[in-house]
Write a protein that binds this ligand. Structure first.
Ligand code: 3PG
Ligand code: MG
Length: 378
């Protein structure tokens, strides 16, 4: 993969694809600016080397043209603050103002963006002399701003993309052992590629979250009203058979009657969930076991919460695991999305070695899938 070392940017206009697809609250305020901060090293380096920047990103999934709800305005404001320089938002691709740092409006306002349209890519390319992709979070998308345009200009990866790829590939390539994978979240089918990769590579796999229930069902347990993905049962059974020596499942649970904070709760010693109840967190014995295994690791990869951590009565399992990941001496890598949000919620975000800015992209990379945005820079 070409990097900034391979690109001459002095005095040039550089088109930089960033991933400023940040979460916004109902009033349009950014609730987590990690992705904007993550791009700063690249943007600063390019400016120090004398480049003028034309930035582009998507935000959300707008359908059918421009929609103020999906404007990059809030991201532009935050970036101006963080860079300490004026960033101009350019709503019209055919009338982009001059300026040291200009940001195009949401690329998904153009119909061709998600279709990887070569004509749209040409319009992007016409705006600059060289192209840098620092949008790791979007590297699994073959879109006009991440893929097609990379072939039209001299191109390279930015520092964030470079670091993400090196770190995540490093997990599976030559990890210090033991390598522990902690995999949670709602669905087995979302994580099956990662589970398969870790069945090969990891020393232990710790499973939590609602994706436990297809495993329990495959083992013949009662799951009550727990979220239990039907299509996950068969792959879960297969993972269990392939990983008898390394797959760990919860041994106790915390259950609630409904998916809300003020529901009645009960601790279950064991994993059979009674009728009328749903498992919403791993129990304390499980959390302690998992924390023990993480303590003795040399490398830890964590993706997906252990339970409904956004509801206080069901947050403890995820908190204990997050704390173990934070304090272990092992090299720790956390996939983006919910696990990153959990780390932040519990105040441990600064205590892990690498928090990925990509959710889907980090999973696909760990699964060993080629990422179109990365391939285009090779
Ligand atoms: C993400 O947040 O997953 C990336 O920014 C990609 O967004 P998408 O899933 O809408 O393509
Ligand atoms: Mg996504």
């Amino acid at each position: 993969m070409r990097t900034l070392e391979d690109l001459d940017v002095e005095g040039k206009r550089v088109l930089v694809r960033v991933d400023f697809n940040v979460p916004l609250d109902g009033d349009g305020n950014i609730t987590d600016d990690a992705r904007i901060r993550g791009a700063l090293p690249t943007l600063k380096e390019l400016r120090e080397k004398g480049a003028r920047l034309v930035l582009m990103s998507h935000l959300g999934r707008p359908k059918g043209g421009p929609d103020p709800k999906f404007s990059l305005e809030p991201a532009v404001e935050r970036l101006s603050d963080l860079l300490g320089t004026e960033v101009t938002l350019a709503p019209d691709l055919d009338d982009v103002p001059e300026g040291d740092v200009v940001m195009l409006e949401n690329v998904r306002f153009h119909e061709g963006e998600t279709k990887n349209d070569p004509e749209l890519a040409k319009r992007y390319a016409a705006l600059a002399d060289v192209y840098v992709n620092d949008a790791f979070g979007s590297a699994h998308r073959a879109h006009a701003s991440t893929e097609a345009v990379a072939h039209l200009l001299p191109s390279a990866a930015g520092r964030l993309l470079e670091r993400e790829v090196a770190t995540l590939r490093g997990i599976l390539d030559e990890p210090k052992r033991p390598l522990i994978a902690v995999v949670g979240g709602a669905k087995v089918t979302d994580k099956i590629g990662v589970l398969d990769a870790f069945l090969d590579q990891a020393d232990e796999i710790l499973i939590g979250g609602a994706m436990c229930f297809p495993f329990f069902k495959a083992q013949g347990h009662e799951v009550g009203n727990s979220l239990c993905e039907e299509e996950g049962i068969e792959p879960a059974g297969r993972v269990l058979r392939a990983g008898v020596d390394k797959v760990h499942l919860p041994v106790d649970l915390v259950a609630g009657q409904e998916f809300k904070a003020d529901t009645p709760t009960q601790a279950i010693d064991g994993v059979d969930v009674p009728e009328g109840w749903m498992g919403l967190d791993i129990g304390p014995s499980t959390a302690e076991r998992y924390a023990d295994i993480i303590k003795d690791a040399e490398t830890v990869f964590w993706n997906g919460p252990m339970g409904a951590f956004e509801l206080a009565p069901f947050a403890e399992g995820t908190r204990v695991v997050a704390e173990a990941v934070a304090v272990t001496a092992a090299t720790t890598v956390v996939g983006g999305g919910d696990s990153a949000a959990a780390l932040k919620q519990f105040g441990y975000a600064d205590m892990v070695d690498h928090v990925s800015t990509g959710g889907g992209a980090s999973l696909e990379l760990v699964e060993g899938k080629p990422l179109p945005g990365v391939e285009a820079l090779s």
